[in-house]
Write a protein that binds this ligand. Structure first.
Ligand code: BGC
Length: 475
Protein backbone atom coordinates (compact mmCIF):
# COMPACT_ATOMS: atom_id res chain seq x y z
CA UNK A 1 0.00 0.00 0.00
CA UNK A 2 1.24 3.45 -0.82
CA UNK A 3 1.34 6.13 1.84
CA UNK A 4 -1.48 8.15 0.28
CA UNK A 5 -3.89 5.25 0.66
CA UNK A 6 -4.06 6.27 4.33
CA UNK A 7 -5.76 9.49 3.21
CA UNK A 8 -8.58 7.65 1.44
CA UNK A 9 -11.04 7.47 4.29
CA UNK A 10 -14.64 6.68 3.51
CA UNK A 11 -17.54 6.79 5.95
CA UNK A 12 -18.66 3.55 7.59
CA UNK A 13 -21.17 1.60 5.49
CA UNK A 14 -19.63 3.08 2.35
CA UNK A 15 -20.70 1.08 -0.71
CA UNK A 16 -17.62 -0.35 -2.43
CA UNK A 17 -18.81 -1.52 -5.79
CA UNK A 18 -18.16 -2.39 -9.37
CA UNK A 19 -20.61 -2.05 -12.24
CA UNK A 20 -21.57 -3.84 -15.44
CA UNK A 21 -24.50 -3.81 -17.85
CA UNK A 22 -26.46 -6.67 -19.37
CA UNK A 23 -25.70 -6.25 -23.06
CA UNK A 24 -22.03 -5.58 -22.38
CA UNK A 25 -21.40 -8.82 -20.46
CA UNK A 26 -24.19 -11.37 -20.74
CA UNK A 27 -23.99 -12.77 -24.26
CA UNK A 28 -26.61 -15.49 -24.72
CA UNK A 29 -28.27 -13.05 -27.07
CA UNK A 30 -30.82 -15.58 -28.37
CA UNK A 31 -30.60 -18.13 -25.54
CA UNK A 32 -33.61 -19.49 -23.68
CA UNK A 33 -36.24 -17.23 -25.23
CA UNK A 34 -34.53 -13.82 -24.96
CA UNK A 35 -36.03 -11.34 -27.43
CA UNK A 36 -33.79 -9.10 -29.55
CA UNK A 37 -32.83 -5.63 -28.38
CA UNK A 38 -31.84 -2.57 -30.40
CA UNK A 39 -28.18 -3.38 -29.73
CA UNK A 40 -28.55 -6.82 -31.38
CA UNK A 41 -30.01 -5.10 -34.42
CA UNK A 42 -27.38 -2.36 -34.45
CA UNK A 43 -24.42 -4.75 -34.10
CA UNK A 44 -25.74 -7.13 -36.72
CA UNK A 45 -25.66 -4.33 -39.32
CA UNK A 46 -22.32 -3.92 -41.07
CA UNK A 47 -20.10 -0.98 -40.25
CA UNK A 48 -21.70 0.17 -37.01
CA UNK A 49 -19.27 -1.26 -34.46
CA UNK A 50 -15.49 -1.69 -34.49
CA UNK A 51 -14.72 -4.71 -36.70
CA UNK A 52 -18.45 -5.55 -36.72
CA UNK A 53 -18.15 -7.01 -33.23
CA UNK A 54 -21.23 -7.61 -31.10
CA UNK A 55 -22.45 -8.61 -27.65
CA UNK A 56 -23.68 -12.00 -28.99
CA UNK A 57 -21.28 -13.77 -26.62
CA UNK A 58 -19.49 -10.93 -24.76
CA UNK A 59 -18.22 -12.27 -21.39
CA UNK A 60 -20.94 -14.95 -21.60
CA UNK A 61 -22.05 -14.03 -18.10
CA UNK A 62 -25.42 -15.60 -18.90
CA UNK A 63 -23.67 -18.97 -18.79
CA UNK A 64 -20.63 -18.09 -16.67
CA UNK A 65 -22.19 -16.12 -13.84
CA UNK A 66 -20.30 -18.15 -11.24
CA UNK A 67 -17.03 -16.86 -12.74
CA UNK A 68 -18.22 -13.28 -12.25
CA UNK A 69 -19.26 -14.12 -8.71
CA UNK A 70 -15.72 -15.33 -7.97
CA UNK A 71 -14.35 -11.97 -9.11
CA UNK A 72 -16.87 -10.14 -6.93
CA UNK A 73 -15.85 -12.30 -3.94
CA UNK A 74 -12.13 -11.81 -4.57
CA UNK A 75 -12.58 -8.05 -4.72
CA UNK A 76 -14.52 -8.04 -1.45
CA UNK A 77 -17.20 -5.79 -2.94
CA UNK A 78 -20.02 -4.72 -0.67
CA UNK A 79 -22.20 -3.81 -3.69
CA UNK A 80 -22.49 -4.93 -7.29
CA UNK A 81 -24.29 -2.87 -9.94
CA UNK A 82 -25.82 -4.91 -12.76
CA UNK A 83 -28.54 -4.21 -15.29
CA UNK A 84 -31.46 -6.38 -16.33
CA UNK A 85 -32.00 -7.15 -19.99
CA UNK A 86 -35.58 -6.00 -20.60
CA UNK A 87 -35.94 -8.34 -23.60
CA UNK A 88 -34.56 -11.32 -21.67
CA UNK A 89 -37.37 -10.88 -19.14
CA UNK A 90 -40.09 -9.64 -21.50
CA UNK A 91 -39.14 -10.73 -25.04
CA UNK A 92 -41.49 -8.31 -26.81
CA UNK A 93 -41.07 -5.63 -24.15
CA UNK A 94 -44.54 -6.09 -22.68
CA UNK A 95 -45.83 -8.14 -19.77
CA UNK A 96 -48.02 -10.13 -22.19
CA UNK A 97 -45.22 -12.73 -22.24
CA UNK A 98 -42.78 -13.39 -19.42
CA UNK A 99 -39.62 -15.40 -20.03
CA UNK A 100 -39.29 -17.51 -16.88
CA UNK A 101 -35.75 -18.55 -17.78
CA UNK A 102 -34.73 -14.91 -17.73
CA UNK A 103 -36.43 -14.50 -14.35
CA UNK A 104 -34.56 -17.56 -13.03
CA UNK A 105 -31.23 -16.21 -14.25
CA UNK A 106 -31.61 -12.90 -12.41
CA UNK A 107 -33.02 -14.64 -9.33
CA UNK A 108 -29.90 -16.73 -9.20
CA UNK A 109 -27.61 -13.71 -9.60
CA UNK A 110 -29.44 -11.72 -6.92
CA UNK A 111 -29.64 -14.66 -4.50
CA UNK A 112 -25.95 -15.51 -4.94
CA UNK A 113 -24.97 -11.90 -4.32
CA UNK A 114 -27.01 -11.72 -1.14
CA UNK A 115 -25.72 -15.10 0.06
CA UNK A 116 -22.22 -13.62 -0.26
CA UNK A 117 -23.08 -10.44 1.63
CA UNK A 118 -23.10 -8.30 -1.52
CA UNK A 119 -25.98 -5.85 -2.07
CA UNK A 120 -27.24 -5.63 -5.64
CA UNK A 121 -27.84 -2.23 -7.21
CA UNK A 122 -30.04 -2.95 -10.21
CA UNK A 123 -30.43 -0.80 -13.31
CA UNK A 124 -33.69 -1.56 -15.09
CA UNK A 125 -32.56 -0.25 -18.45
CA UNK A 126 -29.04 0.31 -19.78
CA UNK A 127 -29.33 1.27 -23.50
CA UNK A 128 -30.81 -2.08 -24.70
CA UNK A 129 -34.45 -1.39 -25.59
CA UNK A 130 -36.43 -4.42 -26.80
CA UNK A 131 -36.42 -4.26 -30.60
CA UNK A 132 -40.20 -4.86 -30.59
CA UNK A 133 -40.65 -1.52 -28.80
CA UNK A 134 -38.28 0.30 -31.15
CA UNK A 135 -40.53 -0.89 -33.97
CA UNK A 136 -43.35 1.04 -32.27
CA UNK A 137 -41.35 4.28 -32.12
CA UNK A 138 -39.07 3.47 -29.17
CA UNK A 139 -38.18 6.43 -26.98
CA UNK A 140 -39.77 8.85 -29.43
CA UNK A 141 -43.21 7.46 -28.77
CA UNK A 142 -45.12 8.88 -25.78
CA UNK A 143 -46.51 5.37 -25.04
CA UNK A 144 -43.05 4.21 -23.97
CA UNK A 145 -43.53 5.82 -20.55
CA UNK A 146 -46.40 3.46 -19.67
CA UNK A 147 -44.62 0.44 -21.17
CA UNK A 148 -41.54 1.23 -19.12
CA UNK A 149 -43.67 1.63 -16.00
CA UNK A 150 -45.20 -1.85 -16.55
CA UNK A 151 -41.74 -3.34 -17.02
CA UNK A 152 -40.45 -1.54 -13.90
CA UNK A 153 -43.40 -2.74 -11.83
CA UNK A 154 -42.85 -6.28 -13.05
CA UNK A 155 -39.23 -6.02 -11.82
CA UNK A 156 -40.20 -4.46 -8.48
CA UNK A 157 -42.76 -7.26 -7.94
CA UNK A 158 -40.37 -10.01 -8.98
CA UNK A 159 -37.08 -8.91 -7.42
CA UNK A 160 -37.94 -6.05 -5.05
CA UNK A 161 -38.20 -8.26 -1.98
CA UNK A 162 -34.40 -8.52 -2.25
CA UNK A 163 -33.21 -5.52 -4.30
CA UNK A 164 -33.15 -2.28 -2.33
CA UNK A 165 -31.26 0.03 -4.69
CA UNK A 166 -32.79 0.65 -8.10
CA UNK A 167 -31.80 2.78 -11.05
CA UNK A 168 -34.46 3.20 -13.71
CA UNK A 169 -32.49 4.36 -16.77
CA UNK A 170 -28.76 4.59 -17.36
CA UNK A 171 -27.40 7.88 -18.71
CA UNK A 172 -30.38 9.37 -20.55
CA UNK A 173 -27.97 12.02 -21.93
CA UNK A 174 -25.70 9.50 -23.70
CA UNK A 175 -28.64 7.32 -24.72
CA UNK A 176 -30.54 10.27 -26.21
CA UNK A 177 -27.56 11.98 -27.83
CA UNK A 178 -25.51 9.05 -29.14
CA UNK A 179 -28.52 6.94 -30.05
CA UNK A 180 -30.93 9.61 -31.32
CA UNK A 181 -28.74 12.38 -32.73
CA UNK A 182 -25.15 11.31 -33.38
CA UNK A 183 -26.21 7.85 -34.57
CA UNK A 184 -23.11 6.13 -33.14
CA UNK A 185 -25.15 4.06 -30.65
CA UNK A 186 -28.35 2.06 -31.13
CA UNK A 187 -30.93 2.76 -32.42
CA UNK A 188 -28.62 4.77 -34.70
CA UNK A 189 -30.92 7.70 -35.45
CA UNK A 190 -29.45 10.96 -36.69
CA UNK A 191 -32.12 13.64 -36.83
CA UNK A 192 -30.36 16.67 -35.37
CA UNK A 193 -32.08 18.67 -32.69
CA UNK A 194 -35.41 16.86 -32.62
CA UNK A 195 -35.32 13.18 -31.76
CA UNK A 196 -32.81 13.46 -28.92
CA UNK A 197 -34.96 15.96 -27.03
CA UNK A 198 -38.05 13.84 -27.58
CA UNK A 199 -36.26 10.67 -26.46
CA UNK A 200 -34.82 12.46 -23.41
CA UNK A 201 -38.26 13.84 -22.55
CA UNK A 202 -39.89 10.43 -22.70
CA UNK A 203 -37.07 8.95 -20.61
CA UNK A 204 -37.81 11.52 -17.90
CA UNK A 205 -41.55 10.76 -18.12
CA UNK A 206 -40.86 7.01 -17.96
CA UNK A 207 -38.49 7.38 -15.03
CA UNK A 208 -40.97 9.52 -13.09
CA UNK A 209 -43.80 7.04 -13.64
CA UNK A 210 -41.68 4.16 -12.37
CA UNK A 211 -40.57 6.19 -9.32
CA UNK A 212 -44.20 7.07 -8.48
CA UNK A 213 -45.25 3.43 -8.86
CA UNK A 214 -42.47 2.33 -6.54
CA UNK A 215 -43.26 5.07 -4.06
CA UNK A 216 -46.97 4.29 -3.89
CA UNK A 217 -47.08 0.53 -4.34
CA UNK A 218 -43.74 -1.04 -3.39
CA UNK A 219 -41.82 1.23 -1.04
CA UNK A 220 -44.26 0.67 1.84
CA UNK A 221 -43.43 -3.05 1.95
CA UNK A 222 -40.04 -3.22 0.23
CA UNK A 223 -38.39 -0.10 1.67
CA UNK A 224 -35.90 0.45 -1.15
CA UNK A 225 -34.70 3.52 -3.04
CA UNK A 226 -35.03 4.51 -6.69
CA UNK A 227 -33.04 6.94 -8.83
CA UNK A 228 -31.55 7.13 -12.33
CA UNK A 229 -27.87 7.21 -13.36
CA UNK A 230 -26.87 10.61 -14.72
CA UNK A 231 -23.78 11.08 -16.86
CA UNK A 232 -21.76 14.23 -16.57
CA UNK A 233 -18.41 15.62 -17.58
CA UNK A 234 -17.00 18.41 -15.46
CA UNK A 235 -16.58 21.65 -17.45
CA UNK A 236 -14.01 24.32 -16.58
CA UNK A 237 -13.76 27.79 -18.13
CA UNK A 238 -10.82 27.72 -20.56
CA UNK A 239 -9.83 31.14 -19.24
CA UNK A 240 -11.18 31.45 -15.70
CA UNK A 241 -10.83 35.25 -15.87
CA UNK A 242 -13.16 35.44 -18.89
CA UNK A 243 -16.83 35.95 -17.99
CA UNK A 244 -17.79 34.45 -21.35
CA UNK A 245 -15.81 31.26 -20.71
CA UNK A 246 -17.27 31.00 -17.21
CA UNK A 247 -20.75 31.36 -18.71
CA UNK A 248 -19.92 28.72 -21.33
CA UNK A 249 -18.94 26.30 -18.56
CA UNK A 250 -22.24 26.94 -16.74
CA UNK A 251 -24.11 26.39 -20.02
CA UNK A 252 -22.29 23.15 -20.74
CA UNK A 253 -23.19 21.84 -17.28
CA UNK A 254 -26.82 22.93 -17.76
CA UNK A 255 -27.12 21.13 -21.11
CA UNK A 256 -25.29 17.93 -20.13
CA UNK A 257 -26.20 17.34 -16.47
CA UNK A 258 -28.95 19.93 -16.01
CA UNK A 259 -31.05 18.58 -18.90
CA UNK A 260 -32.03 15.67 -16.62
CA UNK A 261 -31.04 16.88 -13.14
CA UNK A 262 -32.97 20.17 -13.23
CA UNK A 263 -36.40 18.60 -13.77
CA UNK A 264 -35.80 16.03 -11.03
CA UNK A 265 -33.85 17.97 -8.42
CA UNK A 266 -34.62 21.67 -9.00
CA UNK A 267 -38.03 22.65 -10.36
CA UNK A 268 -39.70 20.01 -12.51
CA UNK A 269 -38.57 21.71 -15.71
CA UNK A 270 -35.51 22.06 -17.95
CA UNK A 271 -32.78 24.58 -17.04
CA UNK A 272 -33.93 28.11 -18.01
CA UNK A 273 -30.92 28.72 -20.25
CA UNK A 274 -31.45 25.47 -22.12
CA UNK A 275 -35.14 26.27 -22.67
CA UNK A 276 -34.36 29.80 -23.86
CA UNK A 277 -31.60 28.75 -26.26
CA UNK A 278 -33.46 25.83 -27.85
CA UNK A 279 -36.55 28.02 -28.21
CA UNK A 280 -34.57 30.86 -29.84
CA UNK A 281 -32.70 28.49 -32.19
CA UNK A 282 -35.98 26.79 -33.15
CA UNK A 283 -37.64 30.14 -33.95
CA UNK A 284 -34.61 31.19 -35.99
CA UNK A 285 -35.07 28.00 -38.01
CA UNK A 286 -38.64 29.06 -38.73
CA UNK A 287 -40.23 26.41 -36.49
CA UNK A 288 -43.54 27.31 -34.80
CA UNK A 289 -42.39 26.12 -31.36
CA UNK A 290 -39.34 24.93 -29.50
CA UNK A 291 -37.76 21.60 -30.39
CA UNK A 292 -37.47 21.01 -26.62
CA UNK A 293 -40.78 19.48 -25.47
CA UNK A 294 -42.74 20.88 -22.52
CA UNK A 295 -44.00 18.95 -19.50
CA UNK A 296 -47.76 18.79 -19.42
CA UNK A 297 -49.55 19.65 -16.19
CA UNK A 298 -51.47 16.36 -16.40
CA UNK A 299 -48.28 14.31 -16.21
CA UNK A 300 -47.16 12.74 -12.92
CA UNK A 301 -44.79 15.21 -11.29
CA UNK A 302 -41.10 14.94 -12.22
CA UNK A 303 -39.68 17.04 -9.39
CA UNK A 304 -38.48 14.94 -6.47
CA UNK A 305 -38.50 11.60 -8.27
CA UNK A 306 -35.08 10.45 -7.06
CA UNK A 307 -34.21 9.08 -3.65
CA UNK A 308 -30.50 9.70 -4.22
CA UNK A 309 -28.22 11.18 -6.88
CA UNK A 310 -26.49 8.55 -9.06
CA UNK A 311 -23.52 9.99 -10.94
CA UNK A 312 -21.46 8.49 -13.76
CA UNK A 313 -18.28 10.56 -14.13
CA UNK A 314 -15.39 9.89 -16.50
CA UNK A 315 -13.76 13.06 -17.76
CA UNK A 316 -13.55 16.86 -17.93
CA UNK A 317 -13.37 19.54 -20.60
CA UNK A 318 -12.09 23.12 -20.88
CA UNK A 319 -14.75 25.18 -22.60
CA UNK A 320 -15.35 28.56 -24.23
CA UNK A 321 -18.22 30.02 -26.29
CA UNK A 322 -18.70 28.71 -29.80
CA UNK A 323 -18.25 31.04 -32.73
CA UNK A 324 -18.73 29.64 -36.26
CA UNK A 325 -22.09 29.18 -37.97
CA UNK A 326 -24.74 27.73 -35.67
CA UNK A 327 -25.36 24.09 -36.53
CA UNK A 328 -28.88 22.75 -36.23
CA UNK A 329 -28.96 20.33 -33.35
CA UNK A 330 -27.77 19.91 -29.80
CA UNK A 331 -24.31 21.36 -30.48
CA UNK A 332 -25.80 24.39 -32.23
CA UNK A 333 -28.19 24.96 -29.33
CA UNK A 334 -25.35 24.68 -26.82
CA UNK A 335 -22.72 26.74 -28.73
CA UNK A 336 -19.75 25.70 -26.65
CA UNK A 337 -16.30 24.72 -27.93
CA UNK A 338 -14.16 22.40 -25.83
CA UNK A 339 -10.75 20.82 -25.52
CA UNK A 340 -8.64 18.84 -23.09
CA UNK A 341 -6.07 20.52 -20.84
CA UNK A 342 -2.67 19.16 -21.94
CA UNK A 343 -1.97 18.48 -18.24
CA UNK A 344 -4.73 15.84 -18.18
CA UNK A 345 -3.35 12.51 -19.43
CA UNK A 346 -5.52 10.76 -21.98
CA UNK A 347 -6.02 7.09 -21.22
CA UNK A 348 -7.04 4.46 -23.73
CA UNK A 349 -9.67 6.07 -25.88
CA UNK A 350 -9.27 9.66 -27.00
CA UNK A 351 -12.26 11.11 -25.13
CA UNK A 352 -11.10 9.99 -21.69
CA UNK A 353 -8.81 12.64 -20.23
CA UNK A 354 -7.95 11.84 -16.63
CA UNK A 355 -8.78 14.66 -14.21
CA UNK A 356 -9.71 13.29 -10.78
CA UNK A 357 -10.06 16.82 -9.35
CA UNK A 358 -12.92 17.23 -11.84
CA UNK A 359 -14.89 14.64 -9.87
CA UNK A 360 -14.34 16.53 -6.62
CA UNK A 361 -15.46 19.79 -8.26
CA UNK A 362 -18.47 18.06 -9.79
CA UNK A 363 -19.47 16.63 -6.41
CA UNK A 364 -19.31 20.13 -4.95
CA UNK A 365 -21.38 21.46 -7.88
CA UNK A 366 -24.02 18.76 -7.26
CA UNK A 367 -24.07 19.57 -3.55
CA UNK A 368 -24.56 23.29 -4.23
CA UNK A 369 -27.00 23.10 -7.16
CA UNK A 370 -29.16 20.16 -6.20
CA UNK A 371 -29.67 20.57 -2.46
CA UNK A 372 -26.87 18.42 -1.04
CA UNK A 373 -28.32 15.07 -2.10
CA UNK A 374 -27.02 11.67 -1.06
CA UNK A 375 -24.72 10.63 -3.91
CA UNK A 376 -23.59 7.28 -5.24
CA UNK A 377 -20.88 7.40 -7.90
CA UNK A 378 -22.38 4.66 -10.03
CA UNK A 379 -19.62 4.60 -12.71
CA UNK A 380 -16.05 5.81 -13.01
CA UNK A 381 -13.14 4.15 -14.73
CA UNK A 382 -10.02 4.12 -16.85
CA UNK A 383 -9.61 2.33 -20.16
CA UNK A 384 -6.81 0.44 -21.87
CA UNK A 385 -6.33 -0.03 -25.60
CA UNK A 386 -3.54 -1.84 -27.38
CA UNK A 387 -1.39 -4.51 -25.74
CA UNK A 388 -2.87 -5.92 -22.54
CA UNK A 389 -1.14 -4.62 -19.41
CA UNK A 390 -2.04 -6.86 -16.48
CA UNK A 391 0.37 -4.83 -14.35
CA UNK A 392 -1.58 -1.65 -15.10
CA UNK A 393 0.26 0.86 -12.94
CA UNK A 394 -1.44 3.86 -14.57
CA UNK A 395 -4.89 2.57 -13.73
CA UNK A 396 -3.78 1.83 -10.15
CA UNK A 397 -2.66 5.44 -9.83
CA UNK A 398 -5.96 6.57 -11.39
CA UNK A 399 -8.10 4.73 -8.82
CA UNK A 400 -6.02 6.02 -5.90
CA UNK A 401 -6.06 9.61 -7.17
CA UNK A 402 -9.78 9.46 -7.87
CA UNK A 403 -10.73 7.92 -4.54
CA UNK A 404 -8.58 10.51 -2.78
CA UNK A 405 -10.62 13.23 -4.51
CA UNK A 406 -13.85 11.51 -3.46
CA UNK A 407 -12.56 11.36 0.10
CA UNK A 408 -11.74 15.09 -0.06
CA UNK A 409 -15.17 15.86 -1.50
CA UNK A 410 -16.68 14.16 1.55
CA UNK A 411 -14.39 15.58 4.25
CA UNK A 412 -13.52 19.01 2.84
CA UNK A 413 -16.51 19.93 0.65
CA UNK A 414 -19.15 18.20 2.76
CA UNK A 415 -20.55 16.15 -0.14
CA UNK A 416 -22.73 13.28 1.05
CA UNK A 417 -21.14 10.49 -1.02
CA UNK A 418 -22.25 7.03 0.08
CA UNK A 419 -20.64 4.77 -2.49
CA UNK A 420 -18.32 4.28 -5.45
CA UNK A 421 -18.75 1.77 -8.28
CA UNK A 422 -15.74 1.19 -10.51
CA UNK A 423 -16.54 0.73 -14.19
CA UNK A 424 -16.19 -2.11 -14.80
CA UNK A 425 -15.95 -5.48 -13.08
CA UNK A 426 -14.79 -7.07 -16.34
CA UNK A 427 -13.40 -6.12 -19.72
CA UNK A 428 -16.53 -6.16 -21.84
CA UNK A 429 -18.30 -5.03 -25.00
CA UNK A 430 -17.55 -1.30 -25.04
CA UNK A 431 -20.41 -0.34 -27.39
CA UNK A 432 -19.24 1.09 -30.74
CA UNK A 433 -15.61 0.41 -29.69
CA UNK A 434 -16.31 -3.31 -29.37
CA UNK A 435 -13.67 -5.22 -27.39
CA UNK A 436 -10.88 -2.85 -28.42
CA UNK A 437 -11.31 -0.72 -25.28
CA UNK A 438 -10.92 -2.47 -21.92
CA UNK A 439 -12.33 -1.02 -18.70
CA UNK A 440 -12.21 -4.13 -16.47
CA UNK A 441 -10.78 -4.69 -13.02
CA UNK A 442 -10.52 -8.19 -14.48
CA UNK A 443 -9.05 -8.95 -17.85
CA UNK A 444 -11.20 -11.26 -19.98
CA UNK A 445 -9.47 -13.47 -22.51
CA UNK A 446 -12.06 -13.43 -25.31
CA UNK A 447 -10.13 -16.14 -27.20
CA UNK A 448 -10.24 -18.59 -24.27
CA UNK A 449 -13.03 -21.22 -24.40
CA UNK A 450 -14.23 -20.25 -20.88
CA UNK A 451 -13.47 -16.56 -21.34
CA UNK A 452 -10.91 -16.68 -18.56
CA UNK A 453 -11.01 -13.81 -16.07
CA UNK A 454 -7.66 -12.62 -14.61
CA UNK A 455 -7.33 -9.74 -12.15
CA UNK A 456 -5.40 -6.72 -13.30
CA UNK A 457 -3.08 -5.24 -10.72
CA UNK A 458 -5.67 -2.47 -10.36
CA UNK A 459 -8.23 -5.12 -9.39
CA UNK A 460 -5.88 -6.52 -6.75
CA UNK A 461 -5.16 -3.05 -5.36
CA UNK A 462 -8.86 -2.14 -5.36
CA UNK A 463 -9.46 -5.28 -3.27
CA UNK A 464 -6.71 -4.20 -0.83
CA UNK A 465 -8.16 -0.74 -0.53
CA UNK A 466 -11.62 -2.13 0.17
CA UNK A 467 -10.23 -4.51 2.81
CA UNK A 468 -8.26 -1.72 4.46
CA UNK A 469 -11.30 0.57 4.55
CA UNK A 470 -13.53 -2.13 5.96
CA UNK A 471 -10.98 -2.67 8.76
CA UNK A 472 -10.58 1.00 9.59
CA UNK A 473 -14.37 1.48 9.53
CA UNK A 474 -14.64 -1.30 12.15
CA UNK A 475 -11.85 0.01 14.39
C1 BGC B 1 -21.83 3.68 -19.92
C2 BGC B 1 -21.13 2.34 -19.96
C3 BGC B 1 -19.85 2.46 -20.79
C4 BGC B 1 -18.95 3.46 -20.09
C5 BGC B 1 -17.59 3.66 -20.75
C6 BGC B 1 -20.92 4.84 -19.77
O1 BGC B 1 -21.31 5.81 -20.69
O2 BGC B 1 -22.86 3.66 -18.96
O3 BGC B 1 -22.02 1.40 -20.49
O4 BGC B 1 -19.23 1.25 -21.01
O5 BGC B 1 -19.57 4.71 -20.04
O6 BGC B 1 -17.72 4.23 -22.01
Amino acid sequence: MLADDQDIIMPSNFAWGAATSAYQIEGGWDADGRGPSIWDTFCHKKGKVFQDQSGDVACDSYHLWEEDLKCIQQLGLTHYRLSLSWSRLLPDGTTRRINQKGVSYYNRVINDLLANGVSPMVTLHHFDLPQALQAQGGWQSPQIADLFDSYAQFCFQTFGDRVKLWLTINEPYIYAKFGHEDGCHAPGLDQPGVSLYLAGHNMLRAHARAWHSYDALYRPTQGGQVSLALFSDWAEAHDPSSALDVAAAERYMAFVLGWFAWPIFVNGDYPPEMKARVEAASRAQGLPSSRLPTFSKEEPRILGTADFFALNYYTSRRVWPGSGPAKIGFEGDLEVERDIDPAWPVCGNSWLAVFPEGLRKLLKYIKDKFGNPTVYITENGFSQVGPVEIEDARRCRFFRDTLLQVSKAIHEEGADVRGYFAWSLLDNFEWADGYRVRFGLYHVDFAHPRLKRTPYRSGREYAQLIAQNKTSARS
